[in-house]
Design a protein around this ligand. Structure first.
Ligand SMILES: Cc1cc2nc3c(=O)[nH]c(=O)nc-3n(C[C@H](O)[C@H](O)[C@H](O)COP(=O)(O)O)c2cc1C
Length: 390
């Protein structure tokens, strides 16, 4: 029997879930841009596993518990949040929606009452983001070869009232993203036969791209950058970075610090040891080391190692409100979103991101009600079913 065609919503308002927003994003974007969001490293085993392992976890419930008022409010990295999730840092948002970009995401996050994390390789400057959104904001960093570039960025983020930094530690080198090679992907996009035919198949996107400023790493506008964004990244990534450099960064920044890209208890211990306020469990959404375990599988041992000395934020594969319940039940304080909001951004700018956040919030509240747990601190390990039979 032939499989039924996938449901294609006619608009953002008719999208029912993140998978629908993904379908809308795929229809709107040239293939090379969609694949940059959607793809992962090598055979994309970890990318798929992050999502599937959430689905394998079974939830049970308390019957006849009073769930008349569901309260999802919490604090994440010192910022008040309406819900236990935040926007994770992702590069060059204007590539996905040239008119909206980072500002659309930051505004939607502010409207939803959740923190926004800006990537170091954002296509909008920290100052412009701060001017557009008064909400809680964090800034993601790498330890570049040129340390003065790092300290300069910390000063600018602080002046723009970013309250926390996130040090990403799972990119000693870029992962092998084969969809990007197949598509001749570059930032800003290069014109080749392949990219031109893909772009012409997405005329509305192409119009937006051609009638807005070029997509560039906006925080480094004052530098001469040869070889596009990827050339810049390759020139600045330092393979020799160690935990001593993370310690150096801790000394440079008096606000909150999260270490993102932790997959093992010893690394969690190192992060806590240098004074990180949060351990951010992540495998970069399956874009770095393929065949790495799903983040949700690495979480319990990391929670046990951290023993409440730092917050735990988890990302990777969060596509449903029930995924958020599972991560919190297994000991995370909050989760971060990546592709879930990027599909919304690509499908419809600020409105699309708002829709993604509203869907996840509604699903989270529904799952909490069905589980008989009305508060965030009621999401505990006993909600996870332990199979007696294989
Ligand atoms: C298009 C894209 C760009 C990303 N850029 C960055 C980045 O600049 N810095 C960073 O720390 N993580 C980056 N990430 C990783 C995300 O912060 C996050 O770890 C990942 O998306 C979570 O997995 P999920 O998308 O399956 O939810 C990026 C992810 C995507 C999909």
């Amino acid at each position: 029997m032939a499989a039924a065609p996938a449901y294609m919503p006619s608009s953002i308002d008719r999208a029912r879930n993140i998978a629908d927003l993904r379908r809308l994003a795929r229809a709107r974007l040239p293939r090379m841009v969609f694949d940059y969001i959607d793809g992962g490293a090598d055979d994309e085993v970890t990318l798929a596993r992050n999502v599937m392992r959430f689905r394998d976890i079974e939830l049970i419930w308390d019957a006849l518990a009073d769930v008349s008022t569901i309260d999802t409010r919490t604090f994440i990295l010192g910022s008040a949040s309406a819900s236990p999730f935040c926007i994770g840092p992702t590069a060059v948002s204007r590539l996905f929606h040239p008119r909206g970009g980072e500002i659309a995401v930051a505004r939607a996050a502010y409207a939803a009452g959740i923190p926004y994390a800006c990537s170091t390789i954002a296509s909008t400057s920290v100052e412009a983001i701060a001017a557009a959104s008064p909400g809680p904001k964090w800034f993601q960093v790498y330890v570049w070869k040129d340390r003065s570039l790092v300290t300069e960025m910390l000063a600018r983020a602080k002046a723009a009232s970013f309250s926390a930094i996130i040090l990403t530690v799972d990119v000693p080198v870029a992962g092998n993203r084969e969809r990007d090679y197949a598509n001749d992907f570059a930032i800003p996009p290069k014109i080749t036969m392949r990219t031109a035919s893909q772009a012409l198949a997405a005329p509305r996107y192409l119009w937006d791209l051609l009638t807005t400023p070029e997509v560039r790493p906006a925080n480094f506008e004052h530098l001469r950058i040869d070889g596009g964004l990827i050339g810049f990244i390759n020139a600045q990534f330092d393979r020799a970075v160690t935990w001593d450099d993370a310690r150096w960064l801790r000394e440079q920044w008096s606000g909150k610090l999260a270490i993102k890209g932790i997959a093992s208890p010893p690394d969690a211990e190192r992060a806590v040891g240098l004074g990180a306020d949060a351990v951010w469990v992540s495998n970069h959404g399956g874009r770095q080391l393929d065949t790495a375990p799903a983040t949700i599988d690495t979480l319990p041992a990391i929670v046990d190692a951290v023993r409440g000395r730092a917050e735990i934020i988890l990302d990777g594969g969060v596509r449903r409100g029930s995924d958020i319940v599972k991560a919190l039940a297994l000991g995370a304080n909050a989760v971060a979103l990546g592709r879930a909001y990027l599909y919304g951004l690509a499908a419809g700018g600020e409105r699309g991101v708002a829709r993604a956040l509203a869907m996840l919030d509604a699903e989270l509240r529904l799952t909490m009600a069905l589980c008989g747990r009305a508060k965030i601190d009621g999401l505990t390990r006993d909600l996870i079913f332990q199979r007696a039979l294989p």
